[in-house]
Design a protein around this ligand. Sequence first.
Ligand SMILES: Cc1ncc(COP(=O)(O)O)c(C=O)c1O
Length: 426
Amino acid sequence: MTNLELQLRKNNVFPRGQGNLLPIFVKKGINSELWDEDGKRYIDFGAGIAVVNTGHTHPKVTAAVQKQVANFSHTCIMVTPYKVAIELAEKIIEKAPIKDPKLIFVTTGAEAVENAIKIARAATNRPGVIAFNGGFHGRTNMCMGLTGKVAPYKNGYGPFPNDIYHAPFPIDYHGISTEDSLKHIDNIFKVSIEAEQIAAIIIEPVQGEGGFYEAPEGFLQSLRTICDKHGILLIVDEIQTGFGRTGSFFACEHHQVEPDLLTMAKGLAGGYPLAAVVGKTEIMDKPLPGGLGGTYAGSPVSCAAALAALTVIEEEGLVSKANVIGDTIAEKLRQLQKQYPNLIGNVRNSGAMVACELINNGDVDCPNPELTKDMVTEAGKNGLILLSCGTRGNVIRVLTPLTIEQHILEEGLDIFEKTFLSLVGN
Ligand SMILES: Cc1ncc(COP(=O)(O)O)c(C=O)c1O
């Protein structure tokens, strides 16, 4: 069965809303390499969108999963819980940048965000939430409301929940300063809703889908100050940035800020569906018994995978390796930028979250989504999985597994360069 045949079959049974970036049907994955149904090999610079930080089919993760499924795969944590979930929770709590926290397990990132908002509202008795332009928090109704990017996440799906307010995310490169953003928040308190009715401010320390923009130094601390002044909870969404991706275990550690609640998913379980909300005990204990959970919340299989993935992150030094990987990629992209400053406007990285922003005529305000799309498509044909992002669709993001071997990384970067040069006429 070829990729083409499978794509045709997929088109018959899946609606276009659940499309695929590339017509590549994966048959096998080992660390940073994938093989498709046609037998073609790819280097994976996407890691399933920052999920397989420990690589595809890491032997320790696979062994832990096999051992767990041989015992039992599901009982429901709210009916008859199990040790592997407790062990994992204890381990996450050790790592969380919050003092004496508790946590809940859920299954997806969107669910973690939904629950963080539920918990914040229950703990404060307030309705309002402030989120940021360009932010992405998931595809459920509350998460769509929080998301600050219309296409393709919001068009046609309203109405969204009330009491959500958006502020600009400070992005120096686009002329939006920290002061602009803070003034806007202050203005929300003046013209839309009083600060004492805001339950939470939710922020990604590095915007993911929005374009890989890192919160400037001091910004999270300013939000912490605003929150403390008005009794608002600070929720840090680390679903894309967590588990070593940005060169610290959680990205908010770079900012020396203690959030009240933190959401995690993706890299947590090395490729198995698991998410969590961790938060200060007095906040986490506010919802009534039975108010939080889900049938598959904290699947024992995912918990076993996560425990193994956390061990791999520690044993293989993946947190510091993220910086080495990210700097290697950024350096290569900067070399290309020097040659093509009119097309590559900006290269940035937070650890191994690397992005380059493609523009036209050297103009920051002239995004180049066409070249971005072509890069993703052509790189795929050349054997490299690349992802794009950005509110203007003009950012290429690189999210390799943190276990990627140096020679594979270099091979992937060579394909990147070759693809870029072939598209821009060299
Ligand atoms: C920052 C952030 N929050 C929430 C989500 C939603 O996670 P999920 O797709 O697992 O629901 C994502 C997914 O990309 C994300 O990057």
